[in-house]
Design a protein around this ligand. Structure first.
Ligand code: 5GP
Length: 212
């Protein structure tokens, strides 16, 4: 297998359970690293700076854009969200698969910049279940829930851009399914450039040897 890890984008409706799913994946397997995004949104109760997000203001966010410190960024519900570059590059080089838990505009930018990235879209089994999960969180106002549902309807139009749609019904099964997809994806030619190059060179040496 290639030494470098792969970039995995996990998107899905707000309330699809991406966060819990990603934590399950990190707990189960060693080869994943989670990128912590930078955002201008206010922390929710219990969120810690540097853990769920790096919380910052618009001026600092825009400075970071200007010095090319983000791999991608997007605006979502009036706030900026972006992926810091340094951590992603460091972890990929260390051979880990880096997970970006980002929304669709960012996902599309990542696919364009890194065609070998793997794009997964996580969804609950139904819209009713999504509504239930959003309410169950208990931290959002009616207005925010309505905006997130409207956004989900919009985002559902973009699902074709992803490599796989993963239904998050049972957490453990879903984490395993994602791991299996990642393992399969790592074997695709687009992610095995180094191996293909090496074996072609070896074969060419053999052919020359035989002919010489
Ligand atoms: P929330 O405010 O619920 O934590 O996140 C809102 C949306 O922003 C989610 O869909 C989340 O995946 C996305 N998001 C979080 N970090 C990033 C990021 O760095 N870049 C982009 N493009 N989206 C992000």
């Amino acid at each position: 297998m290639e030494k470098k890890g792969i970039l995995i984008v996990i998107s899905g409706f707000s309330g699809a359970g991406k966060g819990t799913l990603v934590r399950e994946l990190l707990d189960r397997y060693d080869e994943y690293a989670l990128s912590v995004s930078m955002t201008t949104r206010e922390p929710r109760p219990g969120e810690r700076d540097g853990v769920e997000y790096f919380f910052t203001d618009r001026a600092h966010f825009e400075e970071t854009i200007a010095r090319d410190g983000l791999v991608e960024y997007a605006q979502y519900c009036d706030n900026y969200y972006g992926t810091p570059r340094a951590y992603v590059e460091e972890q990929l080089s260390a051979g880990r698969n880096v997970i970006l838990e980002i929304e669709i505009q960012g996902a599309l930018k990542i696919k364009k910049k890194f065609p070998e990235s793997l794009l997964l879209f996580v969804t609950p089994p139904s819209a009713a279940e999504l509504d239930r999960r959003l309410r169950g969180r208990g931290t959002e106002s009616e207005e925010v829930i309505a905006r997130r549902l409207a956004r989900a309807a919009e985002e559902s139009e973009g699902m074709e851009a992803y490599d796989y749609i993963v239904v998050n019904d049972r957490l453990e099964e879903c984490a395993e399914e994602i791991h299996m997809l990642v393992e399969a994806a790592r074997r695709a030619p687009v992610r095995r450039g180094q191996f293909m190059k090496e074996i072609r060179e070896e074969l060419s040496d053999f052919v020359k040897g035989v002919q010489g």
